[in-house]
Design a protein. Structure first.
Length: 227
């Protein structure tokens, strides 16, 4: 697929005219990362802004004890990182390809000049930052107001809404995450995740294998939050 066509599939660039797309095309670099490959590490110099052509990326932070906390899952069309433009701040988290992932990369100085030259892009970037802040606020609310099981269930519903593909009554979620990684994401133990997922399987609410989770009954999953 031509780079111009790929760019038009990225929400940030979807409404650009031909001349504007040509300008973006000239500063864009293709990058490919195999599954389990680190894209950049927390604290390293911010060199580029990335857009996911296709694939799945996790962004995570690591505490002093070495525990991993996943802060977001990024999918096709997403931009990352979302912050730190026009200053020298380093990358705010580590990112890793969960599956073989194709990215478009734009060097930070070139991206900043692009934003200055195209106010419509600046507005979209600000909107994207606002959406990310709302997402993090919702996650914080869940951490402080929900018990462990409810946090897991809420995260599964989030995955269904943001990453799920509806196939008839089922929602398929590409999820190459271990139960330990899932536990790290919601701040609980692997044993708690194992126990709840086994219960959901027994009740025929979900199915799960190494690469995919299938939501069989989304409404039942919602009811379990208050179970």
């Amino acid at each position: 697929m031509e780079k111009r066509n790929v760019l038009q599939q990225i929400p940030l660039f979807r409404d650009l005219n031909s001349q504007e797309l040509t300008r973006v095309q000239k500063i864009t670099i293709y990058r490919f990362f195999r599954k389990k490959t680190t894209i950049f590490t927390e604290g390293s110099e911010k060199e580029a802004i990335f857009f996911i052509q296709n694939g799945l990326v996790k962004a995570y932070k690591t505490d002093k004890a070495g525990h991993e906390q996943i802060v977001s899952l990024l999918q096709t069309g997403d931009m990352f990182p979302h912050t730190g433009f026009f200053n020298q701040t380093p990358y705010p988290a580590t990112t890793e390809a969960l599956v073989d992932t194709h990215l478009l990369a734009i060097p930070v100085p070139a991206f900043e000049q692009l934003i200055l030259a195209m106010p419509s892009l600046a507005i979209k970037v600000i909107d994207g930052m606002g959406a990310k802040i709302r997402e993090l606020q919702q996650k914080l609310q869940q951490f402080t107001g929900y018990d462990a099981n409810s946090r897991i269930l809420s995260f599964l519903l989030y995955l269904a809404d943001k990453h799920g593909k509806v196939k008839g009554p089922r929602i398929h979620i590409e999820l190459p995450m271990t139960n330990q990684e899932l536990a790290n994401t919601v701040g609980t133990s692997r044993e708690t995740v194992n126990r709840l997922l086994n219960q959901l399987k027994k009740e025929q609410i979900i199915e799960k294998n190494r690469s995919e989770m299938i939501i069989l009954d989304k409404n039942a999953l919602k009811r379990w939050i208050n179970h």
